[in-house]
Design a protein around this ligand. Structure first.
Ligand code: C2E
Ligand code: CA
Ligand code: CA
Ligand code: CA
Length: 282
């Protein structure tokens, strides 16, 4: 098992060492794709009533020869600031679509897979043409690709954002609003995206705070987000579900789709394929 590095809490004694590590990682990132060091892991999304897997999220990992597995929380911000995110984003899309197709050809059940899109990537002019091209190259139907964006993607020029969302919708690609509840959007703001965003993903921090005591504020907030999404005709998913207690509360509030360590951690493709073969997860 490779160890994780944490750039923020680096044990390096001096700042200059830390800077060296950062800049070495930054230059290494340029070659990560061609050196085959990037990998997608897949985490199941479960329909709580039946324990069936109804989708999955693709999450990127970097297998660094010196530092071990580097978390996306560490290198995605670097990729964004250096502009490498475009190339990485294209790699993610292509790899995910190729993988879904391969599972299908291996006669495994077809489920939609979501990919995460950085706000900078979401607003790139060539996003739509690139998606269309990838679907064509991999011969994949659009309904099997979903996109997770965060609120920051929606804060740009509204006309531009609406036209991108409409283009994605017309292609048949579903859009989820990730980390929901952690941004600054008001409820009326969300209302403007009715019919344009398909799924609300309740941020892990709220799920983490869910407790069995009924007075807790976070229980109220989670319940409210679920009812809100039903009102807006959006589907809702809870991420970061780790305990049976959390699952029970979410079911009580009618949150149908669940993702989290309780069912499975994100898995490498070969291990994930074994889960795909199962009818339901326990
Ligand atoms: P995210 O999209 O909010 O992804 C959820 C994170 O929570 C993932 O961390 C996942 O492994 C973790 N997680 C899932 N279930 C549980 C649970 O039950 N408990 C706990 N404690 N954690 C859980 P990960 O894989 O390290 O990804 C971190 C972030 O990096 C993601 O947050 C996403 O913002 C970004 N990211 C990952 N892959 C990509 C990618 O391909 N492209 C872009 N642009 N960003 C990515
Ligand atoms: Ca996500
Ligand atoms: Ca999230
Ligand atoms: Ca997050």
């Amino acid at each position: 098992m490779q160890s994780k590095v944490n750039l923020e809490n680096s044990s390096d004694k001096t700042n200059s060492k830390h800077t060296n590590k950062l800049s070495s990682i930054e230059s290494d990132l340029r070659y990560a794709i061609e050196r085959n060091q990037l990998e997608l892991y897949y985490q199941p999304k479960i329909y709580a009533k039946t324990n069936q897997m109804i989708g999955a999220e693709a999450l990127i990992r970097w297998n660094h020869p010196k530092w071990g597995i580097i978390s996306p929380n560490e290198f995605i911000p670097l990729a964004e600031s250096t502009g490498l995110i475009n190339e990485i984003g294209k790699w993610v899309k292509h790899t995910a679509c190729t993988q879904i197709k391969a599972w299908h050809e291996a006669k495994l059940p077809m489920i939609p897979i979501s990919i995460n899109l950085s706000a900078t990537r979401f607003l790139e002019r060539d996003l739509i043409t690139n998606i269309v091209q990838t679907l064509k190259e991999t011969n994949l139907e659009a309904q099997y690709l979903e996109i997770e964006i965060t609120e920051s993607s929606l804060l740009e020029n509204e006309e531009v954002v609406f036209s991108i969302l409409d283009d994605l919708r017309n292609l048949g690609i579903k859009i989820a609003l990730d980390d929901f509840g952690t941004g600054y959007s008001s409820l009326s703001y969300l209302n403007r995206f009715k019919g344009k965003i398909d799924i609300l993903k309740i941020d892990r921090s709220f799920i983490n705070d869910l407790s069995n005591s009924h007075e807790e504020d976070s229980n109220f907030i989670v319940n409210m987000i679920i009812q809100l999404s039903h009102q807006l005709k959006m589907s809702v998913i809870a991420e970061g579900v780790e305990t049976i207690e959390q699952l029970n509360l979410l079911q009580k509030y009618n949150c149908n789709t669940i993702q989290g360590y309780l069912f499975s951690k994100p898995l490498p493709a070969t291990e994930f394929a074994k889960l795909l073969k199962k009818d339901r997860l326990e």
